[in-house]
Design a protein around this ligand. Structure first.
Ligand code: FMN
Length: 316
């Protein structure tokens, strides 16, 4: 069981829609992998429908460097949770995570993500359908509540009463989005809840954790936490799971790798969101980024990089 195999305190790359796809996970694995990866979330009703399945399976593709990796799913239809979770084991996942925390308005309108906080009975039905359809461990990722921080007492207790394999708490409410600092002050109370209700559930803390050093600092303060999940920290430093501060050359190497792994088919636009991760914080970086933003294909991006290389202004 993966959650018992991880050495405490373990680090996880947070699931991030449009970010932590198969290509980016390989880039992070190259820089310095976390102990555990999560996929971006996949909708259970997409998987359950003939029409949506191919797309769902595409999102669930994994690379050898991903293992161990957890498949994250979302939705609101208990039957579809059962059907999707039953199909995940042969795909090579070490576990399944249920997203009960996404604040996206389309997701919430469809009754999924953080909307589950407002329908706890349905959330539990989905969870129970998931566990009965698979031998894989099932975990949950959620927020403190929908509108009020105090909701965490009842909501997290409801979830812990089901004894999930792991519970990741993003220390904000849905209403707070990511606009206020994560509520680290609640960690001691959340630890108490976990210890009282479900000691076997691994407790993972998420929100504003920058890197390995920051996670270790929190761990020294709160030794009962099992793991830490880092999301946007990878944008500041893709080496955030290590103690390493990358050189400019190492970041360029990651950009080359990302371009290589980026699919040939489809739009070139989405990869542009990543350029700032690799080309940042050195004189001339914004000019290089501006040139790269004009590229429409991998070839054009390579050409921009080659020109820089030849001028010897950036990469030696
Ligand atoms: C672009 C983006 C996409 C996200 N997609 C997901 C997702 O698919 N599933 C999920 O559980 N959380 C998702 N999240 C939330 C993150 O997993 C994480 O909980 C949040 O960013 C707080 O952690 P951080 O402060 O370390 O970034 C997403 C966040 C961002 C910024």
């Amino acid at each position: 069981m993966i959650w018992n195999e991880l050495k405490k305190p373990f680090l996880i790359l947070a699931p991030m829609e449009g970010v932590t796809d198969i290509a980016f996970r390989q880039v992070i694995a190259h820089a310095g992998r976390p102990d555990l990866f999560f996929t971006e979330f996949t909708n259970v009703s997409s998987y359950a429908s003939e029409k949506g399945r191919a797309n769902a399976l595409e999102r669930l593709k994994i690379a050898p460097t991903d293992a161990p990796i957890i498949a994250q799913v979302w939705g609101k239809n208990p039957e579809h949770f059962a059907k999707t979770c039953a199909a995940l084991q042969p795909l090579g996942f070490s576990g399944i995570d249920l997203n009960f925390g996404c604040p996206d308005k389309h997701v919430n309108k469809a009754g999924g993500g953080a909307a589950m906080i407002k329908t706890p009975e349905l959330a539990i039905e989905c969870y129970r359908n998931a566990i009965k359809s698979t031998d894989l461990p099932v975990s949950i990722k959620t927020r403190l509540g929908w509108a009020q921080v105090e909701e965490y007492k009842e909501w997290l207790s409801t979830l812990l009463n089901e004894h999930p394999a792991a519970l990741t708490v993003h220390l904000r409410t849905k209403k707070e989005m990511s606009k206020v600092p994560a509520h680290y002050e609640l960690i001691p109370e959340i630890i108490k809840l976990r210890n009282r209700i479900s000691l076997k559930t691994k407790l993972i803390i998420n929100g504003d954790i920058k890197d390995y050093a920051h996670a270790m600092e929190l761990y020294r303060q709160y030794l009962k936490i099992d793991g830490f999940m880092i999301g946007r920290g990878v944008f500041q430093n893709p080496y955030c799971f290590t103690n390493h501060t990358p050189t400019k050359e190492e970041l360029f190497e990651l950009l080359y790798l990302h371009l290589k792994l980026y699919p040939e088919s489809g739009s070139f636009e989405p990869i542009k969101h990543f350029f700032k991760i690799y080309i940042n914080n050195f004189p001339g970086a914004s000019a290089i980024r501006a040139k790269l933003m004009e590229a429409h294909s991998k070839e054009e991006a390579y050409r921009v990089l080659k020109d820089i290389d030849e001028s010897k202004s950036v990469v030696e």
